[in-house]
Design a protein around this ligand. Structure first.
Ligand code: PLP
Length: 387
């Protein structure tokens, strides 16, 4: 049966328990599995390599993304590291966005500094920069669209096409969109990574990541390395992720509707100099967002018109937006990119990426949208009164 995403999300792994007929799959916490006899292992032998609970999540997310297999890891960063370290050798070139998530930026830069591979950060919205980068025959290109925190959208199909011409492996970080809103494999990507810590888990209580591919040989290679270096996710975390995947689509739907209402509200605010959200015509890559995404997502950023004191007063006055890193949970979070998520980038690198000291990123949750807007409104009033 050709099932739709909402059905895959709810039905993956249901009713597969032969012993008791459990509807919801049991959690298999065992780290090891007995052998039937000498030299007669079962399908699972040790949970670092494979685990029944993790298998269900891997299949669910792979099916949702249109892949043939996946590897669930213990964080989003380990998923990204797994991909880069298992394909790149010293001297190989990685092309990465100049405005990607700060942790990815730090990982690539530190690998480059340690001569494990070379990295070039480029503006992937600029065709000339892209072409020049592909002329150097990179082994791998890492794409993040929309980007964190400026929500820039790049033309994924075009970049993947260029990559295939030079036999470059294309990897898309699909964390902001989730399989609900964007499927990079259908846009030509070889590999997708997610920080499952974000929307896929959605409740800010699990760290995990996933690597998904449409190519079984790539998955075999990645699974071998995941077991080798020991980055696979734990059974209990896998179970929590599966619970969360059940509600992924409705959660995204509510959150992105709330985000659209907040964007509209922010447009009227004197203290907001600029808004970044893929729904805005002026946003970089709007024309690609409309084509390649099934929605605009629930992360937005805004530039505060004022000084650090105004920004601090505004943040302190919020009651429903928690000042915290991370995103994609049911609760709304707000973060100051320069001092939090992107603090590991140098001031110059942040400047080049366009991340100013007055930029705030909001992860809109699934609370009542009017309550969220009222909270922003009262914080803006307090901040303006203090000017
Ligand atoms: N990719 C993106 C786009 C992210 O925002 C993050 C974390 O914020 C990561 C990857 C890293 O994920 P994790 O924190 O699960 O290691």
């Amino acid at each position: 049966m050709d099932l739709k995403k909402a059905t895959i999300a709810v039905h993956s792994g249901l009713n597969n328990d032969i012993q008791y007929g459990c509807v919801s799959p049991p959690i298999y916490l065992s780290s090891t599995y007995n052998f039937i006899g000498f030299n007669e292992p079962r399908f699972h032998d040790y949970s670092r390599r494979s685990n029944p609970t993790r298998d269900i999540v891997q299949k669910a997310l792979s099916d949702l993304e249109g892949g043939v297999g996946s590897v669930l890891t213990n964080t989003g960063m380990s998923a990204i590291h797994l991909v880069t370290m298992s394909f790149l050798k010293p001297g190989d070139l990685l092309i990465a966005p100049h405005d990607c998530y700060g942790g990815s930026y730090r990982l690539f830069q530190s690998m480059h500094n340690n001569n494990l591979y070379k990295v070039k950060f480029i503006n992937q919205s600029n065709l000339l920069e892209l072409q020049a980068a592909f002329n150097e025959k990179p082994r791998l290109i890492f794409i993040e669209s929309p980007s964190n925190p400026l929500l820039r959208v790049v033309n994924i199909s075009m970049i993947c096409e260029l990559a295939h011409k030079t036999e470059t492996i294309s990897v898309v970080d699909n964390t902001f969109m989730t399989p609900a809103l964007q499927n990079p494999i259908y846009l030509g990507a070889d590999i997708i990574v997610h920080s499952c810590t974000k929307y896929i888990n959605g409740h800010s209580d699990v760290l995990a990541g996933i690597v998904i591919s449409k190519d079984p040989t790539l998955i075999d290679h990645l699974s071998w390395w995941a077991n080798n270096i020991g980055v696979t996710a734990a059974a209990f975390d896998s179970y929590l992720l599966l619970r969360s995947i059940r509600t992924l689509l409705p959660r995204i739907d509510i959150a992105q509707n709330n985000a659209l209402a907040i964007v509209d509200y922010l447009k009227q605010q004197k203290l907001v100099k600029k808004i970044y959200h893929p729904s805005l015509v002026e946003n970089i890559g709007y024309k690609y967002a409309v084509k390649q995404q099934k929605g605009f997502g629930a992360i937005l950023s805004m530039e505060i018109d004022g000084n650090k004191e105004i920004l601090k007063t505004f943040l302190k006055s919020l009651k429903l937006f928690t000042l915290a890193e991370s995103l994609g949970g049911v609760e709304s979070l707000i973060c100051h990119a320069a001092s939090m998520t992107h603090a590991s980038m140098s001031y110059e690198a942040r400047n080049r990426a366009g991340i100013s000291d007055m930029l705030l990123r909001i992860s809109v949750g699934i609370e009542d949208k009017q309550d969220l807007i009222s909270d922003l409104d009262s914080a803006f009033k307090i901040a303006s009164d203090n000017i």
